[in-house]
Design a protein around this ligand. Structure first.
Ligand code: GLU
Length: 415
């Protein structure tokens, strides 16, 4: 199977929407290039006393709209091209949701499941030591992504503060609430995604109450999505999976019990009240709503013909390759694009930055109210443009986001 490259997909999307925006060729070329990228190696003493070097990256894709923002992922499959694609997506995400921020992404090539807590801490501190000069509350602000979490953000904030000689809460977001973190940040991506699904179901004639849902991924986003879908939105979550495998029960899974099963066995596999399925089978289920909430490129030309869901909500970044996206559009399956649907995470990260600047903590109600307002507004903008110009939701979202970035570049005098 030819390897699907996320960054190439993103560049194709820019071309597709650039057509509608009539961008000059040089502007389009600029949008397809990261502005800055850093490649570092992080030598670290392992628990066995040996030194091991880890490869790490930070890509600051575009800072026309403000300091760059985006998560850092720890994963063995991290590549510079994937990080470039994810950094570009962060640029569109912040622009679509009207945040005064640019886009960035970072990654360390490692398998955190094989590292001890001490090794994880030393690696996270090493990342900050290596990149201290180029990050900061008004430069570039990392956050959690795949296999990183509030504890890692706490270590990073501490390391940055030690080097800077002052407590600097605002250098990373997604911190624990006891250290300048925002209420609701942990649930924000999943909760926000459901607000978008709720609106889209009204527009596309799907009854959310009792709708069948399959979720690929049971990490931070996937597990919160399952819980919120069942408890807050009245859906029947029939299948979930993680990297080891999946579980299906057409009568609905008991998500709270499944969460404790996962805590005990570190997988959803072999959950007693359901039957085992593979990740591939989960993607191909005939459900009302399919939520890919794990990694990029899980729906490609290889399996797109078998997709039967009535609607797809991309909680992961880049889960559908651009050619598979064309096929699904032709089949008329509504797709709620990643940087619309999963923007809740960075929106609450932005609220966290605002709270850190004022050394103040909002209450949960205020965060929820502002989060909901922003997501519904973004969905409304995307849906109306799509309706008006017969575009897919993704094309409409790209058009708005790229236009916002281009306007900032023009006003700064860059183009
Ligand atoms: N990693 C998340 C994302 O892909 C959150 C980024 C952030 O909060 O900066 O949107």
């Amino acid at each position: 199977m030819p390897e699907v490259n996320l960054f190439e997909s993103i560049k194709r999307y820019i071309c597709k929407c650039a057509f509608g925006l009539s961008l000059a060729t040089n502007v389009e070329a600029l949008l397809k290039m990261p502005m800055r990228e850093y490649h570092v190696s992080l030598p670290m003493k392992m628990d066995n006393g040996k030194i091991q070097a880890f490869q790490a990256f930070r890509v600051q894709y575009n800072d026309a709209r403000g300091p760059t923002k985006g998560g850092i992922r720890y994963h063995p499959d991290v590549t510079i091209d994937a990080i470039r694609g994810l950094a570009a997506l962060m640029t569109w995400k912040c622009a679509l949701h009207g945040l005064p921020l640019g886009g960035a992404k970072g990654g360390i090539v490692c398998n955190p499941k094989e590292l001890s807590a001490g090794e994880l801490e030393r690696l996270s501190r090493a990342y900050i030591q290596a990149l201290f000069q180029i990050i900061g509350p008004d430069k570039d602000i990392p956050a959690p992504d795949v296999y990183t979490n509030p504890q890692i953000m706490a270590w990073m904030m501490d390391e940055y503060s030690k080097i800077a000689g002052k407590t600097t809460f605002g250098v990373v977001t997604g911190k624990p609430p006891a250290l300048g973190g925002s209420p609701l940040r942990q649930d924000a991506t999943a909760r926000g995604g459901w607000y978008v699904i709720e609106k889209a179901c009204q527009d596309f004639g799907i009854n959310l109450k009792g709708a069948t849902v399959a979720i690929q991924g049971f990490g931070n986003v996937g597990s919160e999505a399952a819980l919120a879908g069942q408890q807050l939105f009245g859906c029947t979550v029939v299948a979930v999976s993680d990297s080891k495998g999946g579980i299906l029960n057409w009568n609905g899974l008991d998500i709270l019990r499944l969460l404790s099963h996962k805590r005990e066995t570190s997988s959803v596999e072999n959950f007693s009240s359901g039957r085992s399925i593979t990740n591939q089978e989960l993607l191909e289920l005939g459900v009302d709503i399919l939520i890919p909430a794990a990694l990029e490129n899980v729906i490609t030309m290889e399996n797109v013909g078998s997709i039967k869901a009535r609607m797809i909500a991309e909680f992961a970044n880049g889960p559908i390759s651009s050619d598979a996206d064309d096929t699904l559009q032709q089949r008329g399956i509504p797709i709620l694009p990643d940087f619309l649907c999963n923007g809740g995470g960075v929106i609450v990260s932005y609220f966290e930055m605002v709270q850190n600047m004022n050394l103040y903590q909002w209450d949960e109600e205020k965060v929820e109210e502002h989060l909901k307002k922003k997501l519904i507004q973004a969905y409304h903008n995307v849906y109306s443009l799509a309706q008006k110009n017969t575009l897919s939701l993704r094309q409409a979202a790209y058009t708005i986001a790229v236009q916002n970035v281009v306007e900032a570049m023009r006003l700064r005098g860059w183009i």
